[in-house]
Design a protein around this ligand. Structure first.
Ligand code: PLP
Length: 388
């Protein structure tokens, strides 16, 4: 493949070479099943426990509060669906209610939809024009929805990078004795997280978003919460998540977590500078463009824009022909381009939302690449507007 400029780190990241290296022996040398009693299986068990401790340490949790899953989607499904089951078992006759936001990932939104079909209530908290939850409105919603059993608000948004007031929401949930879950798939490995300080009861994360392999993640569940199992079968993960463990994946995620938290400060400063440089040039040199999301509470690698008069999907395809990987903000369904639900929720008109482009940076990007990308974005946007 010709040189490619990868700017879609919110979609996935490259598995770091150090991560691949620690995973390898668990594929072909120490391949024992961790549930077996002989010493060979012990090797795999030890590796899993090493990863559990490593990950627990990064969010100030206890190792026994970390449960390995197949990724962010499973963790989100588990947290939501079983929180509702837990509520039902404690309050027979009540289906409970989830308070969430309209800017969540579909792993949350579609789980809510499923729960709604089964009689559970779902209430959407208001967000401002940057996608952040209005705290006062959330407080009111908590008071008005007495049957609320769970607040689920993402740590940071995957499209526009907005970081939510997690500490305040955690305090509110604790005060009202409501469980608090956060989908931290975009935040874990990129932001410091402290589940104790922020009163987080459950937290979802996914390895492939921070330099780990795909198809592995975890759900943190506070020890005091008796969240029922979601996947049933064997006794793995303390009887809470059945299925032979993805040992190489789990070890890889542990290593990726170690590296992400070790390098975080320096890395995010460098990436933020590059992102700011890119955003400055795009906003200054291209007419009719706006940046979406929050200036202050924002993931340092996220630059998301709306260009008026173009379609983001077509722009992403044209940029691909120039060797640049970025995402558009719309989802193609039945042949028409639907506006992103996130952009719709923050009040971006369709005329702008159609022209959404999400650029998300990573450790390997350089200033030269940013210069190249600005020139190509300028060219593509001008072409599409028929201005060249
Ligand atoms: N939640 C958020 C905020 C995400 O960005 C994603 C993936 O893009 C997911 C959940 C799903 O994670 P996974 O790909 O590990 O299933």
């Amino acid at each position: 493949m010709e040189k490619m400029i990868y700017l879609d780190h919110a979609a996935t990241t490259r598995t770091l070479p150090e991560v691949t290296e620690v995973m390898e022996p668990y594929q072909d040398i120490y391949y024992g099943n961790p549930s077996t009693i002989y010493e060979f299986g012990e090797k795999s068990r030890e590796a899993i426990e090493w990863a559990r401790e490593m990950i627990a340490g990064t969010i100030r949790a206890r190792p026994e509060e970390i449960f390995f899953t197949s990724g962010g989607t499973e963790s989100d499904n588990w947290a939501l669906k079983e929180a509702v089951h837990l509520h039902e078992s404690m309050h027979p006759g009540s289906r409970g209610k989830i308070l969430t936001t309209p800017v969540e990932h579909h792993a949350i939104l579609n789980s809510c939809e499923e729960l709604k079909q089964m009689g559970c209530g779902v209430f959407f908290l208001n967000v401002d024009e940057t996608g952040r939850v209005f705290l006062a409105a959330a407080e009111e919603a908590v008071l008005e929805n007495e049957d609320a059993c769970l607040i689920s608000v993402m740590y940071a948004n995957n499209e526009i990078g907005t970081i939510q007031p997690i500490d305040e929401l955690g305090k509110m949930a604790k005060r009202r004795k409501i469980l608090f879950h956060t989908d931290a798939v975009q935040a874990y490995g990129h932001l410091p997280i402290n589940v104790q300080r922020d009163n987080i009861d459950m937290l979802s994360a996914s390895a492939h978003k921070f330099g780990g392999p795909k198809g592995v993640g975890f759900l943190y569940i506070r020890k005091e919460i008796n969240l029922p199992a979601f996947v049933h079968g064997g006794a793995q993960e303390s009887n809470r998540r059945a299925g032979t463990e993805n040992v190489p994946g789990i070890v890889g995620m542990g290593k990726a977590a170690e590296l992400a938290y070790k390098r975080m400060g320096m890395e995010s400063r460098r990436i933020r500078h590059l992102r700011d440089y890119l955003a400055y040039r795009i906003l200054r040199e291209i007419p009719d463009v706006k940046m979406t999301g929050n200036r202050k509470y924002r993931l340092s690698n996220n630059a998301s824009f709306c260009f008026r008069g173009i379609t983001g999907e077509a722009a992403a395809i044209l940029l691909d022909t120039q060797g640049i990987c970025v995402s558009s903000g719309s989802a193609c369904s039945t042949g028409s381009l639907e506006d992103s639900h996130v952009l719709a929720a923050i009040g971006i008109e369709s005329e702008w939302a159609q022209g959404a482009l999400r650029i998300t940076l990573g450790a390997e990007n350089t200033k030269e690449e940013m210069d190249y990308v600005v020139e190509k974005v300028k060219m593509v946007v001008a072409d599409m507007r028929g201005m060249r």
